[in-house]
Design a protein around this ligand. Structure first.
Ligand code: ADP
Length: 258
């Protein structure tokens, strides 16, 4: 039942220093934290579904529900929806944390995945008339977990829609070079001030909390993306110029490409 951590570090010219540590307690505390978040999220799911159902029937009941209540019910539904998205994101994060690599690996036709995300992004953009460009290599496939990859890429692409003003340009690319395969999303949106870039993948880190909430964000999207990429031996690279736009790029090693 014990967990030991061993580290070997260079020591002097020819020697090595071996440090062994009993990390049983730290490990147990971290497992307890993970279990607690997963259980609490799971327990909150059902009451929120019930509340959402009642609010929906209130809204639909034009005879019983006074007109002056409608905006209030609309707000309650919005907030309830936000809580449901938070719970779903927390559950996804805790399931990603529960193992280092995903059990289900398959060959993913990334071009098809990106096409269906792009269609969804167009719906989210709605009347904002964002201009989308999608360039993807149809032959280039990835070894990994399709559901996870869908989730990571859609988080990045939907963020581009959320943080780019109407009429802005969103360019999605899936391509290969000497280093490996890359999926990049560039936008001409609001961009991120440099001092925030390194912290964006932390849980609940947002440049502007109020605006992210207004848009229905959970602040967990990029943390989920980072976790998924680590599980695929990939890295997230972020470039952004405040006021001009951003590029979020996922770099996959050659070994993940098929
Ligand atoms: P949120 O739910 O707030 O969008 P994310 O984890 O997806 O949470 O993103 C964290 C923060 O990173 C956002 O609140 C926003 O400040 C910033 N961000 C993410 N994507 C973009 C983007 N394409 N352009 C500008 N800022 C972005």
């Amino acid at each position: 039942q014990r967990r030991l951590e061993f580290r070997i570090v260079p020591f002097g010219e020819t020697q090595r220093l071996l440090i062994a540590r009993d990390i049983t307690r730290i490990y147990q505390a971290s497992e307890m934290r993970k279990d607690f978040i997963a259980n609490a999220s799971h327990e909150l799911r059902s009451p929120l579904t019930v509340i959402a159902g009642y609010l929906e029937s209130f809204e639909d009941d034009t005879e019983e529900c006074p007109a002056s209540w409608r905006p209030l019910i609309g707000q309650m539904r919005n907030q309830n929806g936000r809580m449901q998205r938070l719970i779903e994101d927390l559950l996804q994060l805790s399931s990603l944390e529960s193992s280092d690599i995903s059990s289900h690996q398959e060959s993913i036709r990334v071009a098809e995945v990106l096409f269906s995300i792009y269609k969804e992004a167009e719906t989210i953009s709605g009347t904002q008339d964002h201009i989308f460009y999608l360039e993807s290599d149809p032959e280039l496939c990835l070894m990994g977990n399709q559901r996870e990859i869908y989730s990571a890429f859609s988080n990045l692409i939907f963020n581009a829609v959320q943080y780019t003003a109407a009429g802005g340009v969103i360019r999605i690319r899936w391509y290969e070079d000497e280093q490996g395969a890359h999926m990049s999303v560039s936008d001409t949106g609001e961009g991120v001030p440099e001092e925030h870039i390194d912290r964006l993948t932390e849980r609940f880190y947002r440049v502007d909390k109020g605006r992210s909430r207004e848009r229905g964000g959970t602040g967990l999207g990029l943390a989920i993306v980072k976790h998924i990429l680590v599980r695929h031996n990939a890295k997230l690279h972020i470039e952004s110029v405040f006021g001009e736009g951003s590029t979020f790029r996922c770099d996959f090693p050659k070994t993940a490409v098929i």
